[in-house]
Design a binder for this molecule. Structure first.
Ligand code: DX5
Ligand code: ZN
Length: 229
């Protein structure tokens, strides 16, 4: 498992952080794809957990995370698209998560959830669906290590980028600097070299990319290209 100190170092990004989403990997040979990511230039590995309730799809859960943990020590950036994440925070820590991102829309007591994630020794993130305004984070932004702006409606890989995400990144950057916080901005959904460039220019620190990476001829090269944005 990754040392927390190395995860922390990644929270002072020098270049764009790339977090490939294994939702688009080959599930029948996941270990091989994770090893490819391990050797690539990506900083994090994005892991999409879906429960079929919060989002209209089911992906994979704790045993899969646990079993790929042995293939890499890169930080696991776990995106929980589940209802009641509070019931499973410690389980995700034990499975090997380094960063845990919950959806604002799925948490009634978000402040408590974030405090609990940190208490367990993980970095804490909040994801916003496309309809959720950045202003809803005003009172909690200083407590967050990461905000994940969804640039598609969560549930599936390979969807079309929603352009209003660019404005949300700008607003979020403004909020972060007003509050003097060092929260990172990550964007997820429909990211490619074109949308990625616009997002980085708007202030994004980290890009999630699933189908663009795994659907390309050479995923490792695609990761390097995203990193250089
Ligand atoms: C969508 C997931 C994404 C997804 C992105 O619900 O949260 O992480 O894997 O896939 P692409 O990059 O193909 O849009
Ligand atoms: Zn995701």
């Amino acid at each position: 498992m990754a040392e927390m100190s190395s995860v922390f170092r990644l929270f002072v990004p020098m270049s764009t952080i790339v977090s490939p989403s294994i939702l688009s990997a080959n599930f029948s040979n996941l270990g091989k794809d994770v090893e490819m990511l391990h050797k690539s230039d990506c900083e994090w590995i994005h892991i999409d957990v879906m429960d079929g309730v919060f989002v209209p799809n089911i992906s994979f859960g704790l045993p899969v995370i646990k079993s790929i943990r042995r293939h890499t020590d890169k930080p696991f950036d776990v995106h929980l698209m589940i209802q009641n994440p509070d019931d499973f925070l410690e389980d995700f820590k034990n499975a090997g998560a380094d960063m845990l991102t919950v959806h604002l829309e799925a948490c009634t007591h978000l402040h408590r959830t974030i405090a609990e994630i940190k208490k367990l020794g993980m970095k804490a993130g909040v994801a916003l669906n496309p309809h959720t305004p950045v202003s809803s984070l005003e009172e909690i932004i200083s407590d967050l290590d990461l905000v994940l702006i969804m640039s598609v409606n969560p549930g599936f890989g390979g969807q079309k980028f929603i352009p209003s995400a660019i404005d949300k990144v700008k607003k979020l950057k403004q909020l972060i600097s007003e509050k003097g916080s060092n929260t990172l901005i990550e964007v997820d959904g429909g990211v490619n070299l074109e949308t990625g460039k616009q997002l980085v220019e708007a202030g994004a620190n980290a890009l999630v990319a699933g189908s663009f990476v795994f659907g390309s001829e050479n995923p490792a090269t695609t990761i390097s290209k995203l990193k250089s944005l």
